[in-house]
Design a protein. Structure first.
Length: 223
C-alpha cells in the first residue's frame, strides 16, 4: 500500500476528503440556489426554462456533473466510514465520556442528518432530473423544455413539500457543523478568525436552506 493510500485511508485522511468535498458541495449549493431563483420571476417560467435548457446541454456543465457525482460519492462514503468508526469507538473505550455534554446534538448526528438529505436527494433527482432527461416533456414558447411545469406539479403535492422542507432543516443542521468543521480539519483555524468562520457558517447554512425552502412554500401557497 502506497503512502497516499495509507494517508487517505486513515481517519485524518478521510476527514480531509470529507472537508474538501463538503466545501465543494457548498459551492454547488450556492450555484444551484442562484439558478433556481429564476423560478420567482413573473414570466410563466421562461427564465427558469432557459436556465434549465442551458444546464442540460452545455458541455462544460455536463462535464462538471461528473465531478459533482464524484464529490457526492466520496463525501457520502467517507462520512459513512467515519460514522461507523466513531460508533465503534463510543461503544468501547469512550462509552463513559458523556460526549453529549461537550458537543451539540447535530454535531453528533451528522451521519443521520446526511442520510436524511441523501434520501431526499434521490427522490429529488428522480422527480426532476429523471423526468427532464428520460421522458418527453412539453416545450414553452421559446422552444425550451418546460421544466417549470414539473416544478409547479411537484410543489402542488403537500407531502413532497413537507419532505422538501424537512430535508432542508436536516441540511441546515448538517451544514452548521460541517462548514466550520471543514475549516478546522484543513488547519484553517485561528483564535481570532475561527469565531468569524462560525458566524459565516451559521449564516450560510440558514440563508441557503431558507432560500431553497422558500420555493416549495411559495409554489404551494401562491401558485
Amino acid at each position: 500500500m502506497s503512502w497516499i493510500s495509507k494517508t487517505f485511508s486513515s481517519s485524518i485522511g478521510r476527514k480531509i476528503i470529507m472537508s474538501i468535498t463538503g466545501l465543494f458541495l457548498c459551492s454547488f449549493l450556492v450555484v444551484h440556489l442562484v439558478g433556481n431563483l429564476q423560478l420567482f420571476k413573473d414570466d410563466n417560467g421562461a427564465a427558469f426554462n432557459a436556465y434549465s435548457e442551458f444546464m442540460s446541454h452545455n458541455t462544460v456543465i455536463r462535464t462538471m456533473e461528473l465531478v459533482l457525482v464524484l464529490g457526492f460519492g466520496f463525501h457520502i462514503y467517507e462520512g459513512l466510514v467515519l460514522a461507523a468508526k466513531n460508533r465503534a469507538a463510543r461503544g468501547s473505550k469512550y462509552v463513559s465520556d458523556h460526549i453529549e455534554q461537550n458537543s451539540k446534538w447535530y454535531s453528533r448526528s451528522m451521519a443521520l442528518l446526511g442520510t436524511l438529505v441523501l434520501f431526499f436527494l434521490i427522490v429529488h433527482l428522480y422527480n426532476f432530473l429523471g423526468s427532464l432527461r428520460f421522458t418527453d416533456n412539453p416545450v414553452d414558447a421559446a422552444g425550451n423544455e418546460d421544466a417549470y411545469l414539473l416544478v409547479v406539479k411537484a410543489f402542488s403535492n403537500p407531502f413532497y413539500v413537507l419532505l422538501y422542507v424537512a430535508a432542508l432543516v436536516a441540511l441546515c443542521y448538517h451544514l452548521m457543523h460541517g462548514f466550520q468543521s471543514a475549516f478546522q480539519t484543513l488547519g484553517l483555524n485561528h483564535r481570532k478568525y475561527t469565531p468569524v468562520i462560525k458566524v459565516i457558517g451559521y449564516a450560510f447554512s440558514v440563508i441557503v436552506c431558507v432560500g431553497f425552502a422558500a420555493m416549495p412554500i411559495y409554489f404551494y401557497f401562491f401558485k
